[in-house]
Design a protein around this ligand. Structure first.
Ligand SMILES: *Cc1c(COP(=O)(O)O)cnc(C)c1O
Length: 361
């Protein structure tokens, strides 16, 4: 284990009541910081009181969005211990995102150790209410004060943490989705497979337009032919068509989700055939019309499984047969959350212990 210095905060915030938490709105007492420059490389990893960063207005991240991030959670097990879910997968993806964005990659082991170190200090912030967890947001920003368009020489790696309540306090509510045929989220050769803020900035308008007309989110089509399904909002997407599950393959414009990968593994172990391939919107809506499309859901760390209750595209419409979450999506949700919170055994070695019940401090 690497050594990071720890400067404890003299003030501790009161812990918010979990039922009142809104996603990503309240933050813990500390954060992790680490610097990069070409001479010392990544150095000076440290845990300090949570607070504002001081950056020059010319810092490159503000102008050219040279930035990457990750999202993962720490879960409180029934025995009081705290665990992470596949953190190395997040660390490897952060490295890939760095490479795409011209950022000197952080060693994956270093990211996992930094996350563990912060969770140990913030152990008391990991909620024990059902479905609640401590959401961790590692990110890297370019901080050179320079307006020339080239890679920054200096970077800051930060991890912040926020307690989050159950994503669905009232059960898994199906969402309403329409196919977006104007804006695209990402294109092949672009940054779709990297987890970077710019992808989100480009997707916000479509989500807001969808909400303005009574939908929750959009289903993205590929940016080249405007024909193939890619993702739903900022989640990967899966469809149960006939006896199989179809999910868009990772063409470069689709984000390789850890939840997606975990669902594919579970489905294969259950004997459900999974097809990772191009899926034309036309084929999807034909399957909707013929009755072969029986379930649709999004996958991602925040919600785990988000059942889709309605899909609309150019005057065509599909709704779930039962109006609530389908049996396969429900089984995935129950199994994944069971493994994540430690109420089910983990035969895959996906969970990683990271703080004892009493914590470090
Ligand atoms: C993070 C993200 C996902 C889901 O990835 P997980 O690792 O499962 O959380 C899917 N799509 C986009 C665009 C994302 O940014």
């Amino acid at each position: 284990m690497r050594h990071f210095s720890v400067q404890l905060s003299p003030d501790r915030k009161p812990k918010p009541e979990v039922s009142t938490l809104r996603f990503g709105k309240s933050f813990t007492d500390h954060m992790f910081l680490m610097d990069y420059d070409p001479e010392r490389l990544w150095h000076d990893g440290r845990i300090v009181p949570y607070g504002p960063l001081s950056l020059e207005p010319a810092a490159m991240v503000f102008h050219y969005a040279q930035e990457v991030f990750e999202g993962l959670k720490a879960y409180r097990r029934p025995d009081g211990a705290v665990q992470l879910f596949r953190p190395m997968d997040n660390a490897l993806r952060l490295r890939d995102s760095c490479v795409r964005m011209g950022i000197p990659p952080l060693e994956p082991e270093l990211m996992v150790e930094a996350v563990k170190a912060l969770v140990e200090v913030e152990e008391s912030w990991v909620p024990d209410a059902p479905g609640a967890s401590l959401y961790l947001r590692p990110f890297i920003i370019a901080v050179d004060p320079a307006l020339g368009v080239h890679a920054s020489r200096t970077y800051l790696f930060v991890i912040i943490a926020c307690p989050v309540g159950a994503y669905y306090p009232n059960g898994l509510a199906p969402v309403r989705i329409y196919v977006e045929d104007e804006d695209v989220r990402a294109v092949r050769g672009g940054t779709g497979y990297a987890k970077c803020g710019g992808n989100y900035a480009a997707s916000i308008r479509a989500g807001e337009r969808a909400q303005a007309v009574g939908y929750d989110q959009v289903l993205w089509l590929d940016g080249v032919e405007r024909k193939y399904i890619e993702e739903v909002g900022s989640m990967n997407v899966m469809f149960r068509i006939g006896g199989r599950v179809v999910t868009p393959k990772l063409t470069g414009s689709v984000l390789p989700g850890v939840t997606r990968r975990s669902c594919i593994r579970l489905l294969e172990d259950w004997g459900v055939p999974v097809e990772e391939r191009l899926l034309p919107a036309r084929e999807l809506f034909d399957a909707a019309q013929s009755g072969e499309l029986t379930e649709a859901w999004g996958t991602g760390t925040a919600a785990v499984i988000s059942p889709i209750g309605e899909l609309a595209w150019m005057g065509e419409r599909w709704t779930t047969p039962r109006g609530d979450i389908g049996p396969l999506a429900r089984r995935l949700y129950d199994t994944l959350t069971g493994i994540q919170w430690g109420t089910l055994p983990d035969p895959y070695g996906w969970t990683v212990p990271c703080a004892s019940a009493s914590g470090m401090l």
